[in-house]
Design a binder for this molecule. Structure first.
Ligand SMILES: *Cc1c(COP(=O)(O)O)cnc(C)c1O
Length: 360
């Protein structure tokens, strides 16, 4: 059956495409994990077999991202949406103020959470142009406890090309571009990311936390939202999301086997160049974001003539391209090109755009 199933080019914004071999191995563990005669879904999270999975997942993160000493890696629950709240709770100091770079829907949601136990200050915003660019030339107040930003704006399709320069502690929501390019972890106090954009299936959230910040909040932090709770227990304070951690671990193994982050970054750059070049060349299409701030992960574009939408959608369906519909707040199209999407799938999309040009 697999041999005859047509290949689908999956451009879903999240949950994301994962490598076929990861799905195959993950499915085997559901029936018989580690030759235990038991499913991974029914074993104790305290069993040595699962503890080994958790430890391998954590150490692969450290290895793949060159995480320096003095940082702890955690696989928690609650999604990046809980990360908005947790990061604020854990970073509040005597100012009880966090600074936020408002680059889109996710950043706005993070700001909302920052107001629960302190004050969220908007340091810069690109709301004036529907978040189609990354703000520049802003000044960062010195009386904030931390600066929070979203490295890649999954919905609008913009991406920070450099880490903001600042002396205040830095917090970053990297949900949609973690493991897509090399980063310098030492610049950050907290990095968090929902797994389902580029790391694994939905259900776990990655935290990379500088040990120095643990237990230093100026506000009372509920137990489950305190990163120290989880760091002290090696990410096993309560039952961890066993299966999402397992599948994420398999995907990180796949990434390592394929040359790691530096190698995938080259592929991701090639994918982005190929698609943006076609958007810029093809007179039927137009990109929706500032050229210098274009995301390599989520490429947003529109048809100049919306009357061609049905025809284009038909061609996309014929080419087995799925998940290209733009977010409702932006319209048009969004091609999410996470790590597991091969360059050949991007070529199929480019060919389809050229086909539309030919027949219209
Ligand atoms: C999807 C997304 C979120 C929300 O993640 P959940 O895991 O669904 O809570 C937050 N931030 C960014 C940048 C995202 O892309």
């Amino acid at each position: 059956m697999e041999a005859t199933m047509a290949k689908v080019h999956n451009y879903s914004a999240g949950p994301c495409i994962l490598p076929q071999e990861v799905f195959e191995e993950a499915s085997k563990a559901v029936l018989n994990f580690d030759n235990l005669g038991l499913s991974i879904l029914e074993i104790s999270h305290r069993s040595k077999n699962f503890v080994a999975v958790m430890e391998e997942a954590r150490s692969l993160v450290k290895e793949l991202l060159n995480v320096p000493d003095g940082y702890t890696v955690l696989f928690l629950q609650g999604g990046a949406s809980t990360g908005f709240l947790m990061s604020a709770y854990n970073m509040m100091r005597e100012n009880k103020k966090g600074g936020y770079l408002n680059t889109g829907a996710w950043a706005k949601k993070a700001m909302k959470e920052g107001n629960f136990m302190g004050k969220a200050v908007e340091v810069a915003s690109s709301a004036d142009k529907n978040y189609s660019y990354i703000p520049k030339g802003y000044s960062i107040p010195s009386d904030i406890d931390y600066l929070h930003y979203t490295s890649n704006n999954t919905i609008a399709g913009t991406q920070f090309k450099a880490v903001p320069e600042t002396n205040v502690p830095l917090v970053c929501d990297m949900s949609s571009d973690i493991f897509s390019k090399e980063i310098d972890v030492s610049k950050f106090d907290i990095i968090y990311a929902g797994a389902q954009k580029n790391m694994g299936p939905a259900g776990t959230t990655l935290y990379i936390v500088k040990d120095e910040i643990l237990g230093k909040s100026s506000v009372p932090v509920p137990t489950m939202l305190d990163l120290k709770t989880h760091a002290d227990k090696d990410s096993m304070f309560n039952t961890p999301p066993v299966y999402p951690v397992y599948v994420s671990m398999l995907n990180l193994r796949w990434l390592k086997k394929n040359g790691g982050v530096a190698a995938i970054e080259k592929v991701n750059n090639a994918k982005a160049e190929l698609l943006y070049a076609e958007i810029d060349r093809n007179p039927l299409f137009k990109g929706t974001t500032a050229v210098e701030d274009r995301s390599n992960m989520n490429v947003t574009f529109v048809l100049n003539d919306e009357g061609l939408t049905d025809k284009f959608n038909e061609l996309l369906a014929n080419a087995n391209i799925s998940g290209l519909k733009g977010h409702r707040s932006v319209g048009g199209f969004r091609a999410s090109m996470y790590n597991a999407l091969p360059l050949s799938s991007v070529q199929v999309l480019v060919d389809t755009m050229q086909e539309l040009e030919k027949i219209s």
